[in-house]
Design a protein around this ligand. Sequence first.
Ligand code: TXA
Ligand code: MG
Length: 317
Amino acid sequence: GGGRPRTEILPASPAGTARAAALLRAGDIVAFPTETVYGLGADARNGQAVARVFEAKGRPAFNPLIVHVADTGAARRHVVWSDLADRLAAAFWPGPLTLVLPLRENHGISPLVTAGLDTLAVRVPAHPAARALLAGFDGPVAAPSANPSGRISPTDAGHVLAGLDGRVAAVLDDGPCPVGLESTIVGLADTPALLRPGGLPAEAVEQALHQALARPATDDTISAPGQLSSHYAPGASVRLNARTARPGEVLLGFGATDCDLNLSPSGDLHEAAANLFGHLHRLDAMNKPIAVTPIPDHGLGRAINDRLRRAAAPRED
Ligand code: TXA
Ligand code: MG
């Protein structure tokens, strides 16, 4: 007796997916793969289930969650749609893009999900296992990244268990996430704005919108609270723009460079994005200070540098 029940590891088979959907329906929380990172899902209409997500992650209640839906039609049940939303959804859904839109009347979403805001972050994931789960569950799934709050996001089921074993009912395991960075968040409730760089390059969004995105100063805004400093942080310290490792440091490299772990020896930003969190998890386990060589600051490199800056930010705890 006593102790927490163990986390079920479910294969992304029809039976495993059906089990995961049944757990969601029962108000349990389930980690599942998306193309970006693993999410920690709950029925977005069920306040008790959503509360379990915040509890399992140790996430502050003022930090709202992204709702995952099967398609644009499902998204439109919860938010006030617009021409710009239509343009981006047509171009990039399913995919690594989250849209923040005004909540509509009778949206049905628990106020815990939005932390009381009058907007909702919504996305249609592309990963086949996520799509199968959403089809089976047939409802909106609120899901932050499946890591303890403030830690590195999980890009495989092992990362999820390392952070949350025993705190979630199950993890649907379908191997590593192909994109490896969280979704790009675009705010459309106001002037179109890049709220978080991510797995879809901001340049592509601007091209589809035929306009530039505003870039709110993330240091003192609360529009995306997860943006604030010390986030995505490994246990050890992180030093950016290093040329070489100092004594005691491990070196994370990019391109043709002599280092302990390389994000992409050929200098490919997609490969680097897919490797970023896995490499940080591995270096984290070595418990040594981490130095990182420079990463080009365009395309996915911008989101990679954003995450690295957060990993390097002074810690609050
Ligand atoms: O790729 C992703 O987006 C992953 C997968 C699981 O979908 N999810 C993810 O969730 O990264 P999370 O909770 O780690 O990050 C969600 C971000 C937070 O920074 C949160 O503040 C912001 O989205 N957010 C959520 N709702 C918002 C809203 N209504 N307005 C502005 N920002 C919002
Ligand atoms: Mg997160």
